[in-house]
Design a protein around this ligand. Structure first.
Ligand code: EPU
Length: 432
């Protein structure tokens, strides 16, 4: 088992290069199953969720050629099976994208039920509603979700989502792309990775319009051809480094980002007294004065992202005054708060609201990550805290942050990964 040892209390200075977006990559990799030919995908983040996605594709019979650390070629011309490995697929929440991709290409899919839940109920009823509207029969049998069509091809339909769901929007888009006729998804999610998936599919010959708005129109095509595509930069990874320098003080240049995607995070940090200077594809982020309190409410894009909630709450622990954080996407995303309290944070959680009373400083402690973004929040807390922290269960963090230790060391942080023998690395399946 790996742990991170952090000597905190020092400002960050330097430059950090942002990797490709995790939540785009975990959808675009399965979407390669829709293509009869070779897709070259660039700017793939080197994270464990990507490694797992590639293993699942390989197991289905896709040819995987690793070109370099961030580029692979996927050849889905000779898929052997539409049944995914139970053991592999159940480890990752995003394996639900295999249903849309396999169903869209072959008219059938058998995918392990995504694992239990660690920050609230995570139903997939909206995905199922979409597949059913497109003409699929969906059942749960022996731990698998079985989806099938009578004649091997889905039929376009109008689908109104009852809740704004990133996963359902992308999954239905994948299923509909090769369906017969037109599909309209209304009340669709608008996150940058939704636009990225649509751009990927369109570059392979799909006909998708309106991605990034709440109405997505898809005209089914007979086949998708191979091509080359680069994944967008990771908005949440960039936001996490911005939050880190907000907490520690200092000045960093965040490189390889799309500034527009960062607006919802930048606006909140500026309100808290952080200076952010936007350039073409970089942000210069500086915090020299005291942090101000702020109220934060998570919302679907372009609102403040839930995947930044733990990190911003951590920064608010060090702000002057009382801040209110409201989590309106997930119903149990405050499990990390008890760990922050070990470090001296003053936070009271009541259902979806956290009342954060700013403290003068945090102190280092042994702490444990309980999921990906919670883990990122603890790293931020440890960097800002006085003294040494030991963070365990960092395998959650490595699911979504490429080279986090090296990147932070590049910003002058005193952080190192150490191997501790004898403890299990098994993740709670699914998160993220
Ligand atoms: N929901 C339903 N029914 C559904 C689907 C969702 O009721 O069929 C509800 C959920 O319970 C939740 C809300 O709708 O309350 C939003 O869920 P959404 O479907 O948008 O989430 P997701 O697709 O499962 C993705 C990201 C999450 C991120 C959310 C929200 C991936 C692999 N995961 O999850 O990312 O929090 O969107 O933006 O893209 C992370 O990266 O740390 C992470 C958790």
């Amino acid at each position: 088992m790996t742990k991170y040892i952090v000597q905190g209390g020092h400002p960050l200075f330097g430059e950090v290069e942002i990797s490709g977006a995790k939540n785009a990559a975990v959808a675009i990799l399965p979407a390669a199953l829709l293509v009869d030919g070779v897709c070259r995908i660039e700017n793939i983040p080197q994270i464990s969720d990507v490694t797992l996605s590639l293993k699942i594709l390989e197991h289905l019979g896709a040819g995987i050629r690793v070109i370099n650390r961030h580029t692979v070629e996927i050849d889905s011309s000779h898929i052997r099976s539409t049944r995914t490995s139970y053991e592999l697929a159940r480890k990752m929440r995003a394996s639900y994208y295999l249903i849309g991709a396999l169903l869209g290409r072959f008219g059938q899919a058998e995918v392990a039920m995504p694992g239990g839940c660690n920050f609230g109920v995570r139903p997939i009823d909206q995905h199922v509603k979409g597949f059913t509207a497109l003409g699929a029969k969906v059942m749960v049998e022996g731990g698998f979700i079985n989806a099938s069509t009578e004649n091997g091809r889905l039929k376009g339909a109008n689908i109104y989502l009852d809740v704004v769901s990133v996963g359902a929007t992308m999954n239905i888009m994948m299923a509909a792309v090769r369906a017969e006729g037109n599909t309209i998804i209304e009340n669709a999610a608008k996150e940058p990775h939704i636009v990225d998936l649509a751009n990927f599919l369109n570059s392979m010959g799909a006909n998708i319009r309106g991605a990034g708005t709440d109405t997505i129109k898809i005209q089914g095509v007979d086949r998708l051809r191979g091509g080359s595509y680069a994944i967008i930069p990771d908005q949440i990874e960039a936001g996490t480094y911005m939050a880190a320098v907000a907490a520690t003080g200092g000045q960093i240049l965040v490189k390889n980002i799309i500034p527009k995607h960062m607006d919802c995070i930048t606006a909140k940090l500026v309100e808290m007294g952080v200076e952010v200077e936007e350039r073409e594809d970089t942000l210069l982020v500086r915090r020299s004065g005291p942090l101000q309190k702020a109220n934060v409410k998570t919302m679907p894009y372009p609102g403040f992202p839930t995947d930044m909630q733990p990190q911003i709450t951590t920064v608010l622990c060090l702000a002057e005054g009382t801040s209110l954080v409201t989590e309106s996407v997930w119903n149990n995303r405050y499990r990390y708060v008890d760990e922050l309290k070990r470090m001296g944070a003053n936070i009271q959680v009541d259902d979806k609201t956290a009342v954060v009373e700013g403290v003068d400083h945090l102190t280092g402690a042994p702490i444990q990550a309980c999921d990906l973004r919670a883990g990122a929040a603890l790293v931020i807390a440890a960097l800002a805290a006085q003294g040494e922290s030991e963070i365990s269960c960092v395998q959650y963090i490595e699911r979504g942050y490429e080279d986090i230790v090296t990147k932070l060391q590049g910003l002058g942080a005193t952080i190192r990964a150490v191997e501790v023998p004898g403890e299990s690395e098994e993740l709670e399946a699914h998160i993220g």
